[in-house]
Design a protein around this ligand. Sequence first.
Ligand SMILES: *[C@@H]1O[C@H](CO)[C@@H](O)[C@H](O)[C@H]1NC(C)=O
Ligand SMILES: *[C@@H]1O[C@H](CO)[C@@H](O)[C@H](O)[C@H]1NC(C)=O
Ligand SMILES: *[C@@H]1O[C@H](CO)[C@@H](O)[C@H](O)[C@H]1NC(C)=O
Length: 301
Amino acid sequence: MVSKSRWKLLAMLALVLVVMVWYSISREDRYIELFYFPIPEKKEPCLQGEAESKASKLFGNYSRDQPIFLRLEDYFWVKTPSAYELPYGTKGSEDLLLRVLAITSSSIPKNIQRLNNAPVAGYEGDVGSKTTMRLFYPESAHFDPKVENNPDTLLVLVAFKAMDFHWIETILSDKKRVRKGFWKQPPLIWDVNPKQIRILNPFFMEIAADKLLSLPMQQPRKIKQKPTTGLLAITLALHLCDLVHIAGFGYPDAYNKKQTIHYYEQITLKSMAGSGHNVSQEALAIKRMLEMGAIKNLTSF
Ligand SMILES: *[C@@H]1O[C@H](CO)[C@@H](O)[C@H](O)[C@H]1NC(C)=O
Ligand SMILES: *[C@@H]1O[C@H](CO)[C@@H](O)[C@H](O)[C@H]1NC(C)=O
Ligand SMILES: *[C@@H]1O[C@H](CO)[C@@H](O)[C@H](O)[C@H]1NC(C)=O
């Protein structure tokens, strides 16, 4: 004899089945969801220190104690000796740097993390709408900080040469602008709050060049090879974050010089000739990081 509770269960199952069939007839697309176990949306767990431990295979046991941004106290009270000149160190640029650090800030907001002049307005669907940090250098500062950033976005200067410190000082202190010494005219007027400016520690450029690209630190001036701001940003993210996703990275075929390199403009790979960036080598470095799971590719075009 079948007990009352069993009947109840069977009746419920029958009802569920009827509803499922009804759904499958009324909504073809629902069929899959109901008759197959729905695959739960893959949520990646964010494990503390995960990116760091994976990245340590590339960078060695690099120190998380390195400040992200350069600090006034490290140049004012103590003279922090640097082994290299810009962009890998501050050797020889200390005095200029000191003046810039005196009018900017080095504080780090709790939530740390776009790049150069890459616009956000109009591209939110692809690039998101929150910019925690924007890495830039004078020649790439052709964006309106008020339009492309949030009010609390940190503008992080990546200094490639001493003139970059000089430029930011003339902008912030409204001193006489200097036009020579840049490979492209940087903005002469830039409406920005000095308190939002940070100076990136050249340490990140050093480890990106040394550990990811195996570039020699001491190079002849004229043909200095250096990492792109993109690769630098990945290096920095590996240092700051527990989980690193990259979006929009996909190096075009090095032989196809007509391919565009940014989502927002028509500049092609050809323009990178003579920039000191080795695109093929960076593509290999990124591939390696993807393969070892240190970073994840978020973009699916
Ligand atoms: C880094 O340090 C950890 C433990 O301190 C050690 O197990 C690991 O082998 C080190 N990695 C490298 C690349 O030196
Ligand atoms: C990321 O994935 C997209 C889509 O599959 C691809 O086009 C792009 O080349 C990938 N980027 C890298 C760096 O592998
Ligand atoms: C760029 O990198 C590739 C791959 O590592 C290498 O074969 C090539 O010689 C490099 N080019 C220059 C100009 O260094």
